[in-house]
Write a protein that binds this ligand. Structure first.
Ligand SMILES: [Zn+2]
Length: 291
């Protein structure tokens, strides 16, 4: 009798009983949805952690997960043009949330003809704003769980606030004249704005581009002129590549930075907190010259 009652109750609740299906096109968006949604969501991360979102190509399974989703999370800023076509053609009824709509004062690339910079996740402030938007979207989709989502949002935001306070202290160890970030591609403009770094990437916004020999020569001169101690590779490229290209500048390899989102499980950068701690510690240790 009891099980019959439960079965009727379950049927009456219908769609409310199942977790909301979220498809996320960036590892940081997937984390926001999981942290706020908890067991009320199932999150499919379409661009695997540690892979390059610039060259993402949706598979048929990805297309199916978009059609079935209740909520689709994209970065926007033209980071996923092939995906936007896929969404348009899929006929999905999912709510689509673009992180780009929630970035205050988006940056333009100095190198790529002033196009908008898609690397929003490299600012903790941006992650907090986007997380709030993801939480609001989950509440709209399932108002009955609003209380749970709000509690989880507050807990996640408090952790990001703690991370931001730690980051301020960590960067404060580095004298301002040493805040020069030479990286592989132009992924850290938001981080540079938050912490007063000058950035000198070898490549533009897309890491798949070929380096221009004149840009390489200019960068070598720049490193010598400013006595830059270390340069940083992206996790998606061969760590030695940039250091080898810049060998004659005298700068050493400062290590690998997670430029395009979270690293895989076990990488030490598999969460937003780990990623920022890894990136900022690596930068400060390599540039301050005390180690
Ligand atoms: Zn990038």
């Amino acid at each position: 009798m009891k099980s019959l009652y439960l079965a009727i109750l379950f049927a009456a609740c219908g769609a409310w009983a199942r977790p909301l299906r979220v498809a996320a096109l960036h590892s940081v968006l997937a984390e926001c949805a999981s942290q706020i949604g908890g067991d009320q969501v199932t999150v499919r991360s379409l661009v695997p952690a540690g892979s390059d979102p610039h060259t993402f190509n949706p598979s048929p399974e990805d297309a199916a997960s978009v059609v079935d989703a209740d909520l689709v999370l994209v970065s926007g800023f033209d980071l996923e043009p092939s995906f936007e076509r896929l969404v348009a053609n899929s006929g999905t009824k999912a709510m689509v949330l673009s992180a780009s709509d929630f970035i205050k004062d988006p940056l333009r690339s100095a190198q790529d003809d002033g196009v908008l910079d898609p690397h929003w996740w490299n600012s903790i402030g941006n992650v907090r704003r986007v997380a709030a938007a993801v939480g609001a979207a989950l509440i709209r989709l399932r108002p009955a769980s609003a209380e749970v989502f709000r509690t989880r949002m507050a807990a996640y935001d408090a952790r990001l606030a703690t991370l931001a306070a730690w980051a301020d202290q960590e960067v404060a160890k580095l004298p301002e004249r040493r805040r020069i970030l030479v990286t592989s591609h132009d992924a850290f403009a938001y981080l540079a704005r938050d912490y007063d770094f000058r950035i000198e990437p070898l490549l533009g916004l897309n890491p798949a581009a070929e380096p221009d020999p004149r840009a390489l020569a200019r960068l070598i001169d720049f490193i010598r002129l400013h006595h830059v101690r270390a340069v940083f590779a992206d996790n998606t490229e061969s760590p030695k590549l940039l250091a080898t290209m810049l060998q004659e500048s005298g700068a050493r390899s400062g290590g690998v930075l997670y430029a395009d989102g979270l690293g895989p499980v076990g990488s030490g950068a598999a969460t937003v907190e780990q990623m920022f701690r890894h990136n900022l510690t690596t930068i400060v240790d390599a540039l301050d010259g005390r180690k």
